[in-house]
Write a protein that binds this ligand. Structure first.
Ligand code: NDP
Length: 332
């Protein structure tokens, strides 16, 4: 009897917050491989905030996730069967196989990775798309110099944790913003940020003035809304804001901006970016990030849900801040 694959499909589009019923778990038999194909057993699935936008049927920088198709997603796994001489059994690979246990591929879009010094799962976090996102927004948009102050929101997360550590390594004062005292303690005590503000404890305007007494030169914005608004008030003249994400508005919540005239008054540079549109920077970024993780000088934390069936719940939790570090699903 054929081996079975489990997949999670998008069953319906959410209106407002994502619900478990927006997903459907299915079991399908694995077809025999054709010539040129390989079978990948996915060990890890990456859950990322961008998936929320793909669930909507609206105009964006990327096409919507089709209904009744396997949910899009980054994966890390291992080739378990091959009818393609370029890919040998046992090779560790990363790709975009989606929310499923096995993938069948001709190798297009798959990349070999070496897990001897960097754990396989890290290729979905600090040495993968989130790490490159941090590297790009910090180096190309915030462009911080030693002695400057950098602020980053969602500071304990996959992107924010890398932003802050890279900025510290450049000699900056680094202030994180995160939800809750546990995340803030981790950001300061484990990651080495100079300060961290818990936005759930109340408005951050006054705390930010204390934590950044010389003002803010670079802000890496992962959340938008009220937090972006508060940081804008603290920006120095000619400050740079990398607009990476706006998770506070992904379920359709309105995002306010109290003082848009600050953009002119403080001569701010505010630039949004999509990391997949800057592929030329990926090799240098991944080389640097991989080296730092291998040496242990770039720390990271993971939230790991066990089993594909837990993916919807873990994804809903990610959008509500229940993850602590990079959200992964460990598959079979
Ligand atoms: P994280 O690992 O940081 O997880 C998301 C975090 O967002 C949660 O843990 C939570 O942290 C925070 N959050 C959730 N809701 C809110 C809210 N309403 N207000 C403030 N914070 C909130 O995710 P990633 O590191 O993977 O992604 C961070 C951001 O970067 C996202 O906005 C994502 O869309 C964006 N991104 C953009 C890319 C690009 O190319 N532009 C590429 C990759 C990511 P807390 O508990 O601290 O609130």
């Amino acid at each position: 009897m054929a081996e079975m694959n489990h997949q999670i499909l998008l069953a319906s589009r959410p209106s407002g917050a994502v619900q478990p019923a927006n997903f459907r778990l299915v079991e399908v038999p694995l077809a025999p491989l054709a010539d040129g194909q390989v079978r990948v057993r996915n060990h890890y699935l990456s859950l990322d905030p961008y998936m929320r936008g793909r669930m909507n049927d609206s105009k964006s920088y990327a096409a919507p996730q089709p209904l009744d198709a396997v949910m899009i997603g980054g994966t890390a796994g291992e080739i378990v069967e091959s009818r393609n001489p370029a890919w040998t059994v046992g090779t560790k690979v990363v790709g975009m196989a989606g929310w499923q246990e096995f993938a069948t591929s001709d190798g297009t879009g798959m990349q070999r990775v070496d897990d001897s010094h960097v754990p396989l799962s890290a290729y979905l976090g600090p040495v993968g798309m989130p790490g490159v996102t941090a590297w790009y927004g910090l180096n190309r948009i915030c462009t911080p110099k030693a002695g400057e102050t950098v602020v980053v929101s969602a500071a304990s997360g996959a992107v924010g944790s890398v932003v802050g550590q890279l900025a510290k390594q450049k000699g900056c004062r680094v202030v994180g913003i995160a939800g809750g005292s546990a995340k803030c303690s981790y950001v300061v005590d484990e990651l080495g940020f100079d300060a961290c503000l818990d936005y759930k404890a109340g408005a951050i305007d006054a705390a930010l003035r204390d934590a950044a007494p010389d003002g803010v030169d670079g802000y890496f914005d992962n959340v938008g809304g009220a937090i972006l608004d508060s940081v804008m008030l603290a920006m120095n003249a000619f400050g740079r804001i990398a607009v990476c994400g706006a998770i506070a508005g992904y379920d359709g919540e309105p995002l306010v901006m109290r003082r848009p005239t600050l953009i002119l008054q403080s001569r701010l540079k505010i630039e949004g970016f999509i990391v997949s549109e800057h592929m030329g920077d990926w090799p240098a970024a991944l080389g640097e990030l991989g080296g730092l993780v291998a040496k242990g000088t770039l720390k990271y934390r993971e939230s790991v849900a066990e089993g594909l069936a837990r993916a919807p719940e873990a994804f809903i939790g990610l959008l509500k801040g229940r993850n602590f570090g990079k959200q992964l699903v460990k598959l079979i």
